[in-house]
Design a protein around this ligand. Structure first.
Ligand code: AP5
Length: 213
């Protein structure tokens, strides 16, 4: 059983690493941001409720994301483990996760991607995402073979609505105020591992796999 959290500020590389690690380890990658963005695509009241938080770079209310994560972790594919990416983001969310996972399937490791802020801004302003399959690119670090087109499915690539400099700065502020305190929370439990978020992609991948296999 491998119950993991990939933790860190926006643009630290959590999602990029989680995609490849989840395949190698055979456990699902659960990205709260992706789940919420899918919700926003539905034309309903919940979508209307969630949308402004994401647009402004603020956190969606705890109660809602806690409910979402519980339902997701209940699914059978999480039995052998999971990688949580973007959850928890507040002490309240972390406490709810502890209460829910209990002693039977506790979180075993929290990988904290330590990444400097100037690097974060260049990573996020250069990020492109496939509108069709969700694959992640970077215009310089991980460019697609053909500009603006996904290598995997030939879908259109777009810049996320919250990847503009102003919203990135807001997201970093929210991270520092509401999410950073979790470093101490997990360090006190003895399960936090600081991992350099500024390594080249493949080196980071190999190092992480060595750490988690
Ligand atoms: P979310 O989607 O989770 O965004 P985030 O945490 O801001 O994370 P990112 O996806 O921006 O960063 P990442 O670390 O995954 O970076 P990535 O690997 O893509 O959340 C969005 C919003 O949803 C929040 O603002 C909030 O409103 C809401 N939300 C989500 N969870 C919530 C919660 N629990 N509670 C309340 N609200 C919640 O990498 C970024 C770029 O860098 C890519 O282009 C990539 O190619 C490149 N890159 C990555 N690693 C490297 C590397 N090693 N070298 C070179 N380039 C790299």
């Amino acid at each position: 059983m491998k119950n993991l959290i990939f933790f860190g500020p926006p643009g630290a590389g959590k999602g990029t690493q989680a995609v490849s690690l989840s395949k190698k380890l055979g456990i699902p990658h659960i990205a709260m941001g992706d789940i919420l963005r899918e919700m926003v695509k539905q034309n309903n009241l919940l979508a209307e409720r969630v949308k402004p938080y994401i647009q402004k770079g603020e956190l969606v209310p705890d109660q809602l994301v806690i409910e979402i994560i519980k339902r997701r972790l209940d699914r059978l594919d999480c039995k052998e483990g999971f990688i949580l990416d973007g959850f928890p983001r507040t002490i309240k969310q972390a406490e709810a996760l502890d209460e829910y996972s209990g002693k039977e399937r506790p979180i075993q490791k929290v990988i904290n991607f330590v990444t400097p802020e100037d690097l974060i801004i260049s990573r996020l302003t250069g990020r492109r995402v496939c509108r069709n399959c969700g694959a992640n690119y970077h215009i310089k670090n991980m460019p697609p073979r053909e500009e603006g087109i996904c290598d995997r499915c030939r879908g259109d690539l777009y810049a996320r609505e919250d990847d503009h400099e102003e919203t990135i700065i807001k997201r970093l502020q929210v991270y520092n105020e509401e999410t950073r305190p979790l470093i101490e929370y997990y360090n006190d439990k003895g399960i936090l591992i600081n991992f350099p978020g500024d390594l080249p992609l493949e080196e980071a991948q190999e190092k992480l796999f060595g750490l988690l296999k």
